[in-house]
Structures are given as C-alpha cells and as structure tokens.
Design a protein around this ligand. Sequence first.
Ligand code: NAP
Length: 244
Amino acid sequence: MRPTALVTGASRGIGRAIAGILAQKGWPVCINYLEHHDAAKDLARRLQDQGREAMIYQADVADEKAVAAMVQSVQETLGPVELLVNNAGISHQGLFQDTESALWNRILAVNLTGARNAVQAVLPHMLEEKRGCIVNISSIWGLRGASCEVAYACSKAALIGLTRSLAMELAPSGIRVNCVAPGCIETDMVRVLGEETQAALVEETPLGRLGTPEDIAHAVSFFASEKASFLTGQVLTVDGGFIG
Ligand code: NAP
C-alpha cells in the first residue's frame, strides 16, 4: 500500500496523459472514467506491462456516493489517495439563452461539484496525515470567459475559486491545491469542433499549434512533485500564449 494518485476522467485525452506521466514518476494510479471502459482498461494494461501499479474505476464524478466508494476502493486496492487530479470535465457549445437548466446543472455538476465530491472524499486521509496534493484542471475560458460556452466557462472560473480558497484553508494542514488552465489541446473535446475551428484555434495560438495532452500532464506532474513544495493556490496557464 503506497500513496496513490487518483485522476478523474483518465480514460481519454488530457487525463489519460496525466495518469501515464504520474505512473512513470512512480505513482500508483487510479484511472477513473465514465463510459469508455475499454480505453481505461487499455491504459491500465499498458501501465501494468511497464511494471506500474494501476487500477480502473467507473464512477460519475457528479455522484457523491459513487466518488466516496471509488476513493475507498482505491485505498483498499492500491493505497490512500495523496494526489488528486480533478480532470473530468464536459463542455457544450451553444447560446446562453438556449442552455436549458438541465444542461446548465449537468455541466456544473460534473466540472465543479465533481471536483468538490472528490476533494471531500480524499480529505479525511490527507488531513489525518497532514499531507496531500490536489490539482484542478480549469481552462483559459475560465480565466477569460467564452462566448457560446457560458456554463463551461463559469464552471472553470469556479474551479479557480475552489483552488484559491481551498489552498488557503488547507495550507495549515500541509495540503497544497493548485490549478492548471489549459489552452486549446488536441483531444476529443476539441476534435468535435471540426477542422475549420481547430485551424482557427491554431491561428490564434501564438506558438502556432494545438497543445498536446502531455503538455498539460507535465504541468500537473510539476505541481505534484517536491519541486513545487512551496507552491499553493496557483493557476498555471499552459496555452501556447493564447490569452497572453
Ligand atoms: P475529453 O477528451 O472529452 O475526455 C474527458 C474525460 O473525462 C474522459 O476520460 C471521460 O470519460 C471523462 N468524464 C467525462 N464526464 C465524466 C464524469 N461525469 N465522471 C467521470 N469521468 C468523466 O476531454 P479533455 O479534452 O481531455 O479534457 C480534460 C479536462 O481538461 C476537462 O476538464 C476539460 O474541461 C479540460 N480542458 C480541456 C481543454 C482542451 O482543449 N481539450 C482545454 C481546457 C481545459 P469517458 O472516456 O468514460 O467518457
């Protein structure tokens, strides 16, 4: 039983890269997912083949009881969660006035309350041990705002508030809370926008390309490392210069 990393939404995209890099750094990892069982299983197998410890767990982060059960299962299978990466997220494009309350509530439930649920579940152990690290994945849209993605941008702005507030509250308990705000990253979430929009996003990115999931994973890995032991409450923008 060793201190373990839990990465929510790790079957695909950014979360998958985060879980991979943390495993390479020696963390046993739990790969949480919602629907894509085969993708989660494939990642766990790959990591296990490399001699890493990994497990998968299906849970909707918006479901408080399911998240509590997941954290319990991770503790029993791999070890206590001492690194939590709140990465699971959903987005939706549409006008604000067309965003019905069910959709609004779901986006906030997954992107914001999901992080809250996971923090609540891992905190008892972290508080007892007086150590732990939490990294929230926000977005440049949470910093800048986003037309036609109001609910998403609100949820991501709130994650920054969660990060800064929790960092202050938990620092005396030895728990660090930081945030990574990605720019436009090459994942399914951006691929669904179509080639034309992706080309426009590349055009708007001063470094002239979409980010890779690994670009974000390296930032998370830094926050999780001893090198970041004096950093808390920070938001690191990883966006190729997009928001300047
Ligand atoms: P993605 O490719 O769509 O992958 C989303 C991941 O989250 C999948 O593993 C998915 O699981 C999981 N997930 C979705 N809803 C969930 C739920 N309710 N409970 C548990 N897991 C759930 O997205 P991505 O681009 O990698 O984004 C990852 C994070 O980065 C998100 O928070 C996103 O908002 C943020 N972000 C992304 C970008 C970007 O340009 N891509 C930019 C800024 C911020 P299944 O595979 O099982 O569906």
